[in-house]
Design a protein around this ligand. Sequence first.
Ligand SMILES: C[S@@+](CC[C@H](N)C(=O)[O-])C[C@H]1O[C@@H](n2cnc3c(N)ncnc32)[C@H](O)[C@@H]1O
Length: 402
Amino acid sequence: MQQTTEQLDERFTALDQLLLDHQSLWHNQPFTQQTLAWEADLPELSAWLRAQSLEHAEQHQLEPWKALKAPLKGSGTFFAENIYLTPLMQLPRHPVKRLPEAMSRGIPGRKWQQIEAFAACLPPHWQGSRWLDWCAGKGHLGRRLAWPNDCLCCIEHDAQLIKDGQQLSEQWQVQASHQHCDALSEQAISHLATSDTWTALHACGDLHTSLLRHTTGQGVRRLAIAPCCYNRIRAGHYQPLSAQGKASKLRLDRTMLGLPLQATVTAGAAEVRKRNRNMAWRLGFDLLQRQWRDVDEYLPVPSMANRWQHDNFAGWCQAAAELKGIETKPVSDWRAAEQAGWQRLAEVRNLELVQGLFRRPLELWLLFDMALLLQEQGFSVQLGEFCPQELTPRNLLLLAER
Ligand SMILES: C[S@@+](CC[C@H](N)C(=O)[O-])C[C@H]1O[C@@H](n2cnc3c(N)ncnc32)[C@H](O)[C@@H]1O
């Protein structure tokens, strides 16, 4: 299961080529652009997608290739390449030490299951480590790994989470120090030397890449990182970590880095309905404001959900227009205007299925960049899924050992 340098190099190069060759298919924003550049090249696919329902898009959101396999037949090799490059193995699972049941009390069910799955992927000989939990929250992951006898250092910047974490560590007699500091500060670096095994579960953007950058010049022996929110970076573009990443022509801005995060698997039905209505109203308003302003351009409207409790489309549009300082014009049929928003939403969501094909390749490109950096530094690396997507869409785990 260990990935050799050649395997990583080869796969990264193939993903890089796939993403570069088909930028027009994933660099677009169906929500803000009424027509997409690729639609002229693939008119049948475009017409077919625009005729599908919102339910169709929602049903295929997680596995867009299932919906697109037939309509894309004969439109080049990229589809086969995409499917071939995307799968990753589930990481091998090892027996884990059993914890007192009460230790999981108060931790949301899904979070605890993620932690258990993460722990089961770490090789048994990692026990006895001096653990680091990076951006630890209350330190549930670190405590799970360190209990009962290992020592643990948690880095976190939220004072309340630290206080709660400290109390839990005392309660379970785990030798833990919960450090109150900004993970991006010099102070955080001074804590790294006390640990030989670094873990990070869902540390966003700069927070996980900064930990990876610190592996140069530190005595770390092992790493286990499950990254998330790749777009939470201070720079305008992603700064590649590895030599191959730096050599790539791919330039990823924050919008592109948000692509892997687009699929939602954890929302409940009521939340989905509410979000859909919000999006349909925004798109309905967008069609109106283009007429009112006589400018065929998307106009971003800040979130108004908490400011006004509108339960009708017309009221929402008036409020949005006021907020943006737009002069409205009479609308003869508000019902039809709202319906047009829902129709646009169905089209947008179905067009997004094409982008969705590149969600996983892009995420893998980012993880291979991390893996290649670690390999350059003499680590052996393993990359795979630590839990099913239903538990968290950010289910990739990078394991490294010197
Ligand atoms: C998505 S949560 C993950 C928490 C924990 N690892 C888990 O999986 O339950 C991200 C955590 O990073 C912390 N965080 C965000 N920015 C930080 C920073 N600059 N320095 C330290 N911690 C930070 C947040 O307070 C939050 O607890």
